[in-house]
Design a protein around this ligand. Structure first.
Ligand code: FES
Length: 127
């Protein structure tokens, strides 16, 4: 695939859940070799499901679109379910990405998984 899908362009131009969470239950950051970065934050409800997920990014449209779609996929999942979300799932929900942009999507996924692991650590330290 060498073109961007309409869905990818929509998420890049109208990112969902852009912003900070003041007191997140989990947060993770990832950087790409290009110098761009993504910060993902999430909160959990009392059933340990992701109630909110937001991001900030300095990156290309593929990184922003990937982070945006991740925030939508994350909500309502348990941390265990969220940990199973793969980088391939993200690309699938964007309808595909050009091969040379896969690492941008991977960066957003890596930041999300770091946020999920941080939430898991926080949960396990409570018991
Ligand atoms: Fe740097 Fe895509 S994140 S080029």
């Amino acid at each position: 695939m060498d073109k961007f899908t309409e869905r990818m362009i929509d998420h890049a131009q109208n990112p969902r859940n852009l912003g900070l969470i003041e007191e997140p239950d989990g947060a993770g950051r990832a950087e790409s070799s290009c110098g761009d970065w993504v910060l993902m934050m999430l909160t959990l409800d009392d059933r340990q499901r992701i109630a909110d997920c937001r991001f900030q990014a300095v990156g290309c449209g593929s990184a922003v679109a990937s982070a945006s779609v991740i925030t939508e996929l994350a909500k309502g999942r348990t941390v265990a379910e969220a940990a199973e979300l793969t980088a391939e799932d993200v690309v699938t929900h964007l309808g595909g990405l050009p091969e040379q942009k896969m690492h941008c999507s991977q960066m957003s996924h890596t930041a999300f998984i770091a946020a999920v692991e941080s939430a898991q650590q926080r949960l396990s330290s409570r018991y």
